[in-house]
Design a protein around this ligand. Structure first.
Ligand code: ADP
Ligand code: MG
Length: 873
């Protein structure tokens, strides 16, 4: 079984930074030897990392055996041991002896365990550290070489020899996963190397590496050892083969040398070699990769042939040639040791196969222990003496211990391959994981987007439905309100001018006839008064003509006349009031007896016209200035009704009615007068010519004053209506504004009455329209006066008013304002853009909607803002 280790392992000399770590667990210690300059036997240069190590020699005395106990009973032993002094005394005779110093002196009582520990254990430990080691037994046949080295201890474990104990220690130290232990077992006989593990292999060649000088036996069987049992079996097998071979050769085992070679390969991976951590970036750690280091220690255990052969070969009846051959190796060993001991320049290593095999053990790089065995019998004193001398000489042999380490590139590449494969697999796994993850995230995101879109669409639809419902609800409500308003206030427009709350609610026809009677009386009284006046005039004329009258009478008469004139005026006023009341009552009576919807306005107006004809416009207008408040109220109502008719307006104005009406606005004391006057002015203000007149007479100031003062929403409605009409005149824009017209309008929004707000909105819309036109014609520059005067917030706020009139006017106002770029910025900042967008989408009037759309798309400022807000029209 050939070990695969040898192939492909690149041997290198490894520099070891630390000094060779030699274990010194026993008393068999190396003393620091003198460093030799070179080693002739090994032929290898001593390197810096070599450590001097002298060959250690122990002597072991075998106890007397049974035969000796009998035969030598009367004689003393030829040796005397002084183990504590590590000395041995060899008797020359009864009175003289020579003393020898050894590294260790083991008595006949020394246990096998102790022998192992002092002789072999330091060597075994060195082998485990990567050194070569040799333990060799030398001695006469029967002195216990085999007992010391090869005893298996089957029956008595305490008798286990060095081979068994060495393997025990080796196996305990190595890790069979990373390390290996293998053995070869050989016999050297007559210069032939036989394989004890494969007897047919009986002439194994020694191969020396010319570069390193390393000796190997490529032909020898190498068996990997995994456990002690396997090793013991191998030893038994080897022993059996040895016996068989010797029988075949007709010899005995004491004539041959037995050599057990134990190869220990230990990986020092993990202790010194750096391997990448899994967390490390592989690209980084690869550059710092060190191959694992392998320590290869070789332990050679040699059980030599009996040393007596050297001396006694001839006498034992062997053929000379055979004897020569048998002893060649031993005598060559002796010669080499002598040469080494004497530091001779020539060491005859090549003289025998034994010396070639042991070239590293003596004078080489191995740690070597020699145990020389002796017997106690004085009969073998000569043999004992020569054995002792051999040991003494061997003690002088100096080795240079060198660690055997090599980088295991194969293992490194194997490990790297594994690492790379692992990384590739990991990478692939990660890649797959990332891809899956990305797919998962993508599909999740997809799903979420879809869900969000769905939710959004649902919500939008819901919101849309809700808005529609709300819208329809409010439309319905407004319609209802409108209907109600129509029914309630149907006759209450500006063009109508009548004041419902002034109406007598339940006039009876009796009352009418009563008043008619009164009127008749009054007419009769007037006629009587007129007659009297005529009489008096006649009398006066008579008096004057007769010249008989005195100045006293004349003065009296003048006073009387004046009284009468006053009386007459008062009566005339009374008649006017009565006539007015009569026409009012007649109208109401008509209304009660006929369908209320049947041409009511016209009916009333015709009555008023009647009155007008009867009394005369001039007369009515003069009544506006009556001292009597009651007369003034009646007069202003009549004028207001007349002013509602376009046909009368010119007459009223020509007769100075407008001036009178404006004067009435100053009458603080009476709300009714102001309200009705304002209504009349509002009606007159529908006419463009009148508008200029109103302005010319400071109408705006008066109206603004009234607006500031009044609380009654109806008054405010009239005032706002009047201003709203004036707002529609392009020519008056600047003046209207400068006289506070817009401010007055905005002031009135404090009354939350929708009728007032509607008029305000109308005014603003009118103003905006005229201003827009003026801007287009170039007669107006700069921002809108409406914006200047702060109307925008109210416009924006009311642009979506529930009241359709207010909404329509404010929507229109916004559209007009938006047509001029100069207003755009203020409109954006004031929030008008949103309203315009809404108008362009939702306005129920198509023309306004289109106007808003057109305006928005033609303004660069709005366009930019819409883009910024990502709003599409
Ligand atoms: P060698 O191998 O040197 O020829 P052996 O080991 O065969 O000698 O020993 C010869 C005999 O002596 C054997 O029976 C052996 O058991 C016995 N013997 C040798 N040394 C001892 C010892 N230290 N204690 C007891 N018996 C021993
Ligand atoms: Mg033996």
């Amino acid at each position: 079984m050939a070990s695969g280790h040898r192939n492909g392992v690149h041997k290198v000399i490894v520099k070891v930074d630390r000094p060779a770590n030699l274990r010194t667990s026993s008393s068999f210690k190396s003393k620091p030897p003198v460093r030799r300059s070179s080693s002739a036997l090994a032929g290898a240069a001593a390197h810096d990392d070599s450590v001097p190590g002298r060959v250690r020699v122990a002597v072991r005395l075998r106890p007397r055996n049974a035969e000796e106990s009998v035969a030598d009973a009367d004689f003393a032993d030829c040796v005397e041991l002084q183990p504590e002094l590590k000395r041995l005394k060899l008797r020359k005779n009864n009175w003289d002896s020579d003393t020898y110093q050894f590294d260790e002196v083991l008595t006949e009582f020394a246990s096998q365990k102790r022998v192992y520990e002092v002789v072999a254990k330091p060597v075994v430990e060195s082998v485990l550290d990567g050194y070569n080691g040799t333990v060799m037994a030398y001695g006469q046949t029967g002195t216990g070489k085999t007992y010391t080295l090869g005893q298996l201890g089957d029956e008595d474990t305490s008798a286990r020899g060095i081979m068994v104990r060495a393997m025990e220690d080796i196996l305990a130290d190595v890790s069979l996963e990373t390390d290996s232990v293998s053995v070869s077992y050989l016999q050297l006989y007559m210069e032939m190397i036989q394989d004890l593990l494969n007897p047919s292999n009986d002439n194994i060649a020694i191969v020396e590496d010319p570069k390193t000088g390393d000796v190997s036996l490529p032909g020898a069987t190498i068996v990997d050892i995994h456990d002690q049992q396997g090793f013991l079996a191998l030893l038994r097998l080897g022993e059996a083969h040895r016996v068989a071979a010797n029988t075949k050769l007709n010899t005995e085992s004491s004539r041959s040398h037995a050599i057990l070679m134990v190869q220990v390969r230990k990986s020092v991976l993990g202790r010194e070699a750096a391997f990448p951590n899994e967390n490390d970036d592989p690209s980084h750690s690869v550059s710092s990769f060190k191959p694992p280091v392998i320590r290869k220690g070789k332990l050679v255990l040699v059980d030599l042939a009996g040393s007596e052969r050297i001396h006694k070969s001839g006498s034992e009846g062997h053929m000379l040639e055979e004897a020569k051959a048998i002893n060649l190796s031993l005598s060559a060993l002796g010669k080499c040791i002598n040469a080494l001991a004497e530091n001779s320049s020539h060491v005859p290593v090549r003289d025998s196969k034994l010396t070639r095999l042991l070239r590293d053990s003596f004078g080489g790089t191995a740690r070597t222990s020699l145990i020389v065995t002796i017997g106690p019998s004085p009969r073998h004193r000569g043999e004992t003496a020569s054995t002792i001398l051999f040991g003494q000489r061997a003690m002088k042999v100096e080795n240079m211990l060198k660690i055997k380490e090599e980088f295991d590139y194969k293992s490194l590449s194997r490990r790297l391959e594994i690492q790379v494969d692992k990384l590739i697999a990991e990478n692939e796994k990660q890649h797959k994981y990332f891809e899956d993850e990305i797919e998962r995230i993508t599909s999740e995101a997809h799903y979420r987007i879809m869900e969000a879109e769905r939710n959004f669409t649902d919500e939008l639809e819901k919101e849309r439905m809700k808005c529609q419902m709300d819208y329809m609800e409010s439309i319905k409500m407004l319609e209802k309100k409108w209907m109600l308003n129509q029914q309630k206030n149907g006759k209450n427009g500006f063009t109508d001018g009548s004041c419902s709350e002034e109406r007598v609610v339940a006039p009876a026809s009796e009352e009418v006839s009563e008043i008619k009677k009164l009127l008749q009386n009054e007419i009769q009284l007037r006629k009587a008064a007129e007659e009297e006046v005529n009489n008096l005039k006649k009398q006066l004329a008579e008096c004057t003509s007769s010249e008989a009258g005195g100045t006293e009478d004349t003065a009296k008469l003048r006073r009387l006349l004046e009284d009468e004139t006053r009386q007459k005026k008062k009566l005339e006023e009374e008649i006017f009031i009565l006539q007015n009341q009569l026409s009012q009552l007649t109208f109401e009576a008509d209304q009660l007896s006929h369908s209320p919807l049947k041409d009511v306005g016209n009916g009333h107006r015709s009555l008023i016209s009647n009155l007008h004809e009867q009394v005369g416009l001039q007369k009515i207008l003069s009544l506006l200035e009556s001292e009597d408040a009651n007369v003034r109220i009646h007069a202003v109502k009549v004028v207001a009704n007349l002013a509602a008719e376009e046909g009368n307006q010119e007459g009223i104005v020509e007769a100075g009615g407008l001036t009178s009406l404006l004067m009435l606005l100053r009458s603080w004391e009476d709300e009714t007068v102001r309200r009705v006057a304002a209504g009349a002015i509002a009606n007159l203000a529908m006419n463009e010519a009148n508008q200029e007149l109103i302005m010319g007479q400071g109408g705006i100031g008066l109206l603004a004053m009234t607006a500031a003062d009044a609380d009654d929403p109806q008054t405010l409605r009239m005032v706002a209506g009047a201003i709203a009409n004036l707002c529609g005149n392009e020519k008056l824009q600047t003046r209207l504004r400068s006289e506070g017209g817009i401010k007055a309008l905005l002031q009135m929004v404090r009354s939350r009455h929708p009728d007032v707000l509607a008029q305000v909105a109308r005014g603003i819309a009118n103003f905006a329209k005229c201003e827009s036109r003026a801007s287009t014609h170039g007669t107006k520059n700069g921002r809108s006066f409406l914006i200047e005067d702060g109307a925008l917030p109210w416009i924006v706020q009311n642009a979506n008013s529930e009241a359709s009139l207010i909404r329509r006017h404010t929507e229109l106002a916004l559209c007009h304002l938006a047509q001029h770029e100069v207003n755009a910025k203020d409109m954006i900042s004031g929030g008008a853009l949103w309203e315009l967008v809404r108008i362009s989408r939702d306005c129920s009037r198509e023309d306004i909607r289109t106007l808003a759309c057109r305006t928005l798309s033609s303004s660069p400022t709005f366009q930019a803002e819409l883009r910024r807000l990502r709003i599409e029209l």
